[in-house]
Design a protein around this ligand. Sequence first.
Ligand code: K7E
Ligand code: CUA
Length: 642
Amino acid sequence: MNKDPRSPQDSNDQRTPETRSDALPGASRRDFLATGALGIAGASLLGACKEDGKGTAAGGEHATADVHAKAVVKPGQLDDYYGFWSGGQSGEIRIMGIPSMREIKRIPVFNRDACTGWGATDFSQQLLKGKMSGDTHHVHLSYNGGTYDGRYVYVNDKAQARLARVNCETMEVDKIAEIPNSQGTHGIFPQRHKTGYVFCNAEFRTPPDNNAETAADPRGYGAMHTAVDGETMEVKWQVLIEGNLDLCATDYKGLYSFATCYNLEGGVTLEEMMKNDRDCLYVFNIAAIEKAVAAGKGKTFGKSKVPVIDARGADSEYVVRVPVAKSPHGVNVDPTGKYAVCSGKLSPTVTVVEIDKLADVFAKKIKPAQAIVAEPEVGLGPLHTAFDGRGNAYTSIFIDSVVTKWNIAKAIAEYKGEAVKQSQAVLQKLDVHYQIGHINASMSETKDADGKWLIALCKFSKDRFLNVGPLHPENDQLIDISGEKMVLVHDGPTWPEPHDAVIVRKDLIHPKKVQSRTDERFKMYEAWAKEDGVDLQRDSKVVRKQGLVRVYITSLAPKFAMSEFTVKTGDRVQVIISNIDKVEDLSHGFCMSHHDVNFLVNAQDTQSATFTAGAPGVYWYYCPWFCHALHLEMRGRMIVTA
Ligand code: K7E
Ligand code: CUA
């Protein structure tokens, strides 16, 4: 059997007809859930990966040669979209080309990266403060007027409660904010009407004043919804909430931010967290919170100076709680800005909240539950939802390993009670391989959703790739959603674990081709150069200071302008390398033998790193980037004296 996913002969489905789920939903899956067969999530959620034996049916997703051809980007051709993938446990971001699924670049963020020297250079160490790992889940770009403005990419670090920003001109991290009073910074979302706040949700409840006295009793725990200024990356304010906060979203008008809560119970064990039949969507009223902060109503906790509005307990002018399907995970706002779709992880349904009704909820004219306008049944374990801009939604269904396409208007009509025996809202279920987490469609999180491509980020890959040992790659699957039926067109293995991804039209992103020396970090080099009377792009010079030897070197293929310098053993040595080549793509680097120093310096760039000179002797430094026919000769000696 031909398993090449690009092959028109590939069935993309190796299951027996009984286990296929792209038929319209029957009653059986609902019954399975209703009878409590789901049990404790741990067992079923992870145990439900379907058996995929040697296959039967062919042509499962109506794949045709034409459809596959659309996803092929020939040598020399460019992709139509940038894909920004989070890197999960790797701590990085990746840039993919869509539809080819080619990985074009990795952006180190919270990780130490041996290729570029991120984590070892002076600038990156200033931002990372010695932390060399992170857990990135959610990547989102800055907005203006409901669509991407192409300036920044934001990404969370769940492991150490941080928010990083990548400057799209260079595709390098330029700022990292630490989120106070928080653990498990998970869902993030920027405002969409302009580059305003980026909201960050704390997934883990902790005592706001975390200390020895408050640590043990979970009754005092809460979680913070944090507003970070997307321009300055300063933390502006926080709202303290009783439940946990999972995924995050914003509306299109700048009125609200949203957070799903899967633990309204306030439990600390799995069983306790799963008790309630409904949890909630927190809706934050931004103007009311800003007003309270301006009026000095915020408290502070611990060392943090950030004002915190305590909104625990009952609904208030600051926050209301809309009851949604059990243990919700994703919340996604559709491209019209009208609906927030919340996926009930432990319910077969998604809850659709009409955003315009929330003003009446805050005004106490209607109850929070009255903002709910639909609750279609989409399958077992709904997680996240994407949109095509044509009124359809695509929900990732973890336990069933399918993508469910459903129509929002039809789901709303059915919820109004217009008698329907079998739901007409669900249009198709497509098998994915396997255990899908996030899902996203081209421009889905903007008003310009164009319904061309859908990406399914699957957690398991099993038999889809060559066996590479117990740790399998993830399987990112590309689905064509331009037609009436979804068609799976490509399998893409990825290094674990991209949780989320956004697909951005290429005309919206304009990186520089050569460094223009206008980034934040040049201020740092220029300050040193001024202090030492050095012209970074002209001078190569050793400057001996109290406790530090600064070595300025320019590089121009195939030479470092300084081929020898002398320091004493134990000296702190800071090398500041300026690549003065002007040619696009002409990167040099600097590697000091036996000193764990190795970093990249792009054309027209400056980079620096600091290390301690080792035992007396000679140490060669060299350019690790292949830059010239005489690249191997591009080196020099550090002489270390006793
Ligand atoms: Cu669903 Cu962190 Cu967005 Cu993982 S989260 S999938
Ligand atoms: Cu410069 Cu190799």
